[in-house]
Design a protein around this ligand. Structure first.
Ligand code: FES
Ligand SMILES: [Fe+2]
Length: 336
């Protein structure tokens, strides 16, 4: 039976229900898997509420520039062409250096105007992902994306890739990591162990460890679920406890805008168990996120949630998140 509203009306009602939208956080965020960009590729991308262009220079390095040409505004990602380490505008051929964003050549004019530049975004490629540093005040990176040794370790399997876009604020998605109670209700899993959290790198990194005794076909083990978080955008979940056996998931969660998020995962298992249980685990984890999807797609962001006494971890998570936002007055970023 119709409730008399259109789908469009309903989604705008949901947008109106958000308390204060926290905006887009500062930090490192993946904008692509490495395998999706070969040398010479140019892609229009949209993250942090901004139109951007991602390309791979001939040296193999990925670069990200703001999308619109300072000349008369063509989108560099639609028809732009890689020339060495720079990108040529499809409209009149102005060429922009991928590292600085400066115009390095105008094919029909000697003198290059000083203002002929686009914003160049700090970009780094690690762990089979391409990361961009977003800072609403345009401050330079204040920490590094970690190197995950497992991705180069022969004892670990080739990782599975997984990507999902969800109409939810990115913080609400990241919050899942420190929400043991929802496992029971959303995923039908009991998480009985205590979770301990600790901080590193001036409080920007957070580690949560949950111990659980588990019966496995190989005996009883004290299993540990270890979640590392490097800023709001990058995290990992490791299952450890059986000697020489491990499951590992590396994820990055990125704001497309302040109400849409994309998450990318790499999942790997030790070779000695990948044939026995790896595929089931990979499938189980990706199936699990589909349970969360219904909640995320329909929830609002509560800036002032009502917490109960047992919600200590969520309270802690919210407090930790605050450092990654610039206040609206501080923000210097504009869409150009
Ligand atoms: S709009 Fe880019 S060169 Fe003219
Ligand atoms: Fe979940």
């Amino acid at each position: 039976m119709s409730d008399g509203t259109t789908g469009e009306q309903r989604s705008s009602d949901r947008a109106d229900q958000h308390d204060t939208n926290p905006g887009i956080p500062n930090g490192w965020f993946a904008v692509a898997f490495s395998r999706d960009l070969i040398a010479g590729d140019v892609k229009p991308i949209h993250y942090f509420g901004q139109d951007l262009v991602l390309f791979r220079g001939r040296s193999g390095e990925p670069k990200v520039l703001s999308a619109y040409c300072p000349h008369i505004g063509a989108h560099l990602g639609h028809g732009g062409r890689v020339i060495g380490e720079s990108l040529r505008c499809p409209f009149h051929g102005w060429q922009f250096d991928g590292d600085t964003g400066s115009c390095v050549q105008i094919p029909y004019c000697e003198r290059i105007p000083q203002k002929a530049r686009v914003r160049a975004w700090d970009t780094v490629e690690k762990n089979r992902m391409i990361f961009v540093w977003h800072h609403a005040e345009q401050k330079p990176p204040s920490w590094e994306v970690p190197d995950i040794a497992k991705f180069a370790d022969e004892d670990w399997s080739e990782p599975r890739h997984f990507e999902l876009e969800v109409p939810v604020h990115m913080q609400d998605m990241a919050e899942n990591n420190l929400d043991p109670i929802h496992f029971q209700f959303v995923h039908g899993m009991q998480m009985s162990g205590e979770t301990n959290i600790s901080f590193g790198n001036e409080g920007r990194f957070l580690t949560a460890t949950t111990k659980n005794e588990q019966d496995t076909p190989y005996g009883k083990f004290e299993m540990e679920l270890i979640t590392h978080t490097w800023g709001l955008g990058v995290s990992s979940v490791e299952t450890a406890g059986m000697p020489g056996v491990g499951l590992y998931m590396f994820t990055s969660t990125t704001s497309i805008d302040d109400a849409t998020t994309v998450t990318r995962w790499l999942m790997t298992a030790t070779n000695n168990m990948v044939d026995l249980a790896g595929e089931e685990w990979f499938k189980g984890v990706t199936r699990g996120v589909m349970d969360d999807l219904a909640i995320w797609t329909n929830k609002i962001h509560r800036a002032e949630p009502v917490f109960c006494e047992a919600d200590k971890l969520l309270v802690e998570f919210r407090r930790w998140c605050k450092q990654f936002y610039s206040s609206p007055e501080q923000q210097t970023e504009t869409q150009k």
